[in-house]
Design a protein around this ligand. Structure first.
Ligand SMILES: *Cc1c(COP(=O)(O)O)cnc(C)c1O
Length: 482
């Protein structure tokens, strides 16, 4: 394996930037954090930012921008139609993916709406590696069904498999045989597979899968939201990519793909999204939905400032010294947690460090949302806001029973270039304390359960008032400190 070295040692990554603008943080006392949890229904999505110390909910729209991005925003060309900013961004994307056509959209899920509305019919099957929440919702909304054909290693939380995002080729052959190509409009590949711990897909797998799909005239759609982390791992872990530049890796992924779409809240460190295609017919099929749902074709619901920032952010994504910052900080974070015995997903991936709630609190059943409870407990003892990625993020079975998630994770996202190593040390310290006191954590139960994407707005309560007990223990051990 080719090792990319930018760190002093494996638990001390090196920042390849300096900080020039800062934002003051608040760390409120644990009693106030308990109140904030009560008010937010023990759902970290419903906390207010003023009550959060380190916001590790997501990297979506929260990556730090570079000086060049901020400068470019001032030079944006405001126009409803025909903005020069749009043409600049289009040109960067043509270079970036080697694809001629670009449709702008206000964020990643808007691309999923357009793609699903255009290509998914009732009864269709969409094969993919592990699903993503909004992708699955849009496919199902249009009458389709998601069929996950990831490799068996994908759901093993402790593993040394370098590419847990890979698609299982045998499962793909079997599915095509069983379902028939008529019912498979496209196969979706998610780079940097979000819900299983930011796990990458190998370039060799993408090329093999695309070859099989194209032999059967099945389109390949790639979700490139987490492309930056994925290409870092291609470069670091994949023999096949050792001598390729980051841009060459991207071009090879795009060459195997018919439609690339992305959330620019992640890729490009800005806000927005878009769909890129090579083929004019595919472009024409989707294009009418952009003015209908997003905005005119030269802005698609985005502000021109964000489009300027995105153009620069995409260019900067070709720089290994930028791209390494996410994965290397996550690896350092993970190593420190493991030294304290805290169970995490291995190997560490992109996006964030993922705690394995099933091993952290094995006494809490899936039906009582262990990852949700752990995310709430972490906030209570540290002010750190993570995100539940487990059964709470799933949809109930048609009979109303719970659908236990394949993995039960708490994601501590590390937006790029935002946190320092001392903040990471603080996080490790508090999480290690919580791990020692893990028996105090119990599950959660719903107080108010929305029907669609319930994890965003659902309200819950702690079973047996465990949060109060945990707070008391915290006060015993930490005295007056926050
Ligand atoms: C975030 C994300 C999306 C959705 O993007 P939004 O901009 O949040 O709508 C889709 N796919 C993946 C892999 C993501 O991580």
């Amino acid at each position: 394996m080719s090792k990319i070295k930018f760190f002093l040692n494996e638990s001390m990554p090196l920042e390849m930037h300096k900080v020039r603008v800062v934002q003051k943080l608040n760390l409120i006392p644990i009693e106030d954090r308990k109140k904030a949890l009560d008010e937010g229904g023990y759902n970290t999505f419903l906390l207010r930012n003023r009550d959060v110390f380190l916001d590790m909910l997501t990297d979506s729209g929260t990556n730090a921008m570079s000086d060049r991005q901020v400068a470019a925003m001032l030079a944006a060309d405001d126009a409803y139609a025909g903005s020069e900013t749009f043409y600049r961004l289009e040109k960067v994307l043509q270079f970036f993916f080697g694809m001629k056509f670009f449709l702008p959209a206000h964020q990643g899920r808007a691309c999923e709406n357009i793609i699903s509305k255009t290509f998914v019919k009732p009864g269709d099957i969409i094969p993919m590696n592990y699903h993503f929440t909004t992708t699955k919702a849009h496919i199902e909304l249009n009458g389709g069904k998601v069929e996950e054909i990831f490799i068996d290693e994908a759901l093993k939380v402790t593993s040394d498999c370098p590419f847990k995002g890979d698609i299982d080729i045998n499962k793909l052959h079997k599915l095509i045989k069983e379902v028939g190509v008529e019912r498979i409009p496209f196969l979706r590949i998610e780079l940097g597979t979000n819900l299983i711990g930011g796990q990458p897909v190998s370039l060799e797998n993408i090329i093999k899968v695309a070859k099989i799909c194209h032999e059967h005239k099945i389109m390949v759609v790639t979700d490139a939201s987490l492309l930056a982390d994925n290409i870092y791992f291609n470069k670091e872990r994949e023999e096949f990519c050792k001598n390729l530049s980051l841009h060459e890796i991207i071009l090879k992924i795009a060459a195997a793909t018919d439609i690339m779409y992305f959330s620019a809240r992640k890729l490009g460190c800005a806000r927005g999204g878009g769909i890129c295609v090579r083929d004019v017919e595919l472009f024409n099929k989707m294009k009418e939905l952009v003015p209908l749902y997003e905005g005119f074709l030269t802005y698609g619901g985005m502000s021109v400032r964000e489009m300027e920032a995105m153009a620069i952010g995409l260019e900067e994504t070709l720089d290994l010294e930028l791209v390494n910052q996410g994965p290397q900080f996550i690896a350092g974070f993970g190593k420190k947690l493991m030294e304290q015995g805290v169970p995490i997903v291995t190997p560490t991936g992109g996006l964030g460090c993922h705690l394995d709630a099933r091993r952290f609190i094995p006494h809490v059943k899936s039906e009582e949302y262990p990852a949700g409870a752990l995310a709430a407990a972490i906030y209570l003892v540290s002010g750190i806001r993570g995100m539940e990625r487990g059964t709470l993020s799933e949809t109930r079975n048609p009979d109303g029973s719970e659908h236990p998630a394949g993995v039960e994770l708490v994601r501590l996202a590390l937006p790029r270039r935002v946190f320092t190593m001392s903040q990471i040390s603080y996080s490790v310290d508090r999480i290690a304390w919580l791990f020692k006191n893990r028996d105090l954590i119990k599950g959660l139960k719903f107080v108010d359960e929305p029907k669609v994407l319930r994890f965003f707005l659902g309200r819950l309560a702690p079973i047996d008032d465990w949060a109060t007990k945990l707070m008391k223990k915290f006060r015993e051990d930490f005295g007056n400190s926050l």
